[in-house]
Structure formats: structure tokens, C-alpha cells
Write a protein that binds this ligand. Structure first.
Ligand code: FES
Ligand code: FES
Length: 158
């Protein structure tokens, strides 16, 4: 089988899988990185949201062959290390607001939130309700109000 190499949470990894295996299954089933959740597998629910080179993406929609050795994939497991802390400020805000209910969607929500706050900060402005509306991650438990509260709190700390 072909070998694919990329960076995952700060480390170079190589996997022997077919070209068309999508990254979510490589992460979860081959590499044992289960923070990105499987919800729909078709880029709709956003439960698998992670970062590719700092931007939110959905690994259920990306064949592993699309990654190269310099591509950096960050999952919720690697998020704290991006700021050199035990928890990322977004995770701390999440705990403070007691956001999670069942928890299934939450890694994806946090990764989407971090990417959004970074993007807005790079544009040199404050986060708005319209920005928050761009997060399309589904939460069956309806934690949306607390998610928005936590993102606003974290955006002041990032
Ligand atoms: S599992 Fe990736 S978007 Fe639903
Ligand atoms: S906390 Fe249960 S699906 Fe979001």
C-alpha cells in the first residue's frame, strides 16, 4: 500500500493506507487519535472538525493522498501545545461556561471556535454575532448559547 506522510500534532507521521482513505479514518482507526468524532462522514455535521495548517477543516472529507509531508494537522489532542499550556484558552472558557452536555460534538466545536477567533483577530476586529453564525457544527444537545458565551469569553484571552 502507498505510504503517506504528514505532520500530526507537532510530529511527523507515516501511514500505509490506500490513497482514497479519508483522513478521519486514518486518524481514528490507524493512528488512534479519537478526538475528532465521526458523525456523518460526509462533511455536514462538523463533529470531526480539526485544523489543517491552522484553518478549520473536516478530515472526513479529505483523502489521505491530499496531504503532504509539510501539512500540519492539529486535532483537539494537540490544541493546548499550540499555546504551550495545559489547556488552550478556548478550553478554559468552555469549562468556565460549563458548555458540554453529552460532549460528542464538543471537540469539533472547540476547534471550529479557535479557528474562527484566530481568523477574526487576524482581521483586527472584535467577534460579532454574524461571525458566530458561521460556525455550522451541529449539537444535538442544543448547547449553542453556552458555546457562543464561551467563544466570546475566550476571544478576549487569545
Ligand atoms: S463526520 Fe466529518 S463532518 Fe460529519
Ligand atoms: S453536547 Fe451533545 S451533541 Fe453537543
Amino acid at each position: 500500500m502507498p505510504e503517506h506522510t504528514f505532520r500530526l500534532n507537532g510530529h511527523q507521521v507515516s501511514v500505509d493506507v490506500e490513497d482514497d482513505v479519508r483522513l478521519l479514518w486514518v486518524l481514528r482507526d490507524v493512528l488512534g487519535v479519537t478526538g475528532p468524532k465521526y458523525g456523518c462522514g460526509i462533511n455536514v455535521c462538523k463533529a470531526c472538525t480539526s485544523h489543517l495548517n491552522g484553518t478549520a477543516f473536516n478530515p472526513c472529507a479529505v483523502p489521505v493522498k491530499d496531504l503532504g509531508p509539510n501539512d500540519e494537522v492539529t486535532t483537539i489532542e494537540g490544541l493546548p501545545a499550540t499555546v504551550g499550556r495545559a489547556l488552550h484558552p478556548m478550553q478554559e472558557a468552555w469549562l468556565e461556561a460549563d458548555v458540554a452536555q453529552c460532549g460528542y460534538c464538543q471537540p469539533g466545536q472547540i476547534m471550529a471556535a479557535v479557528a474562527l477567533v484566530r481568523r477574526v483577530a487576524a482581521e483586527g476586529r472584535e467577534i460579532t454575532d454574524d461571525d458566530l453564525d458561521t460556525i455550522r457544527n451541529i449539537c444535538r444537545c442544543g448547547t449553542y448559547p453556552r458555546i457562543r458565551q464561551a467563544i466570546r469569553a475566550a476571544s478576549a484571552q487569545m
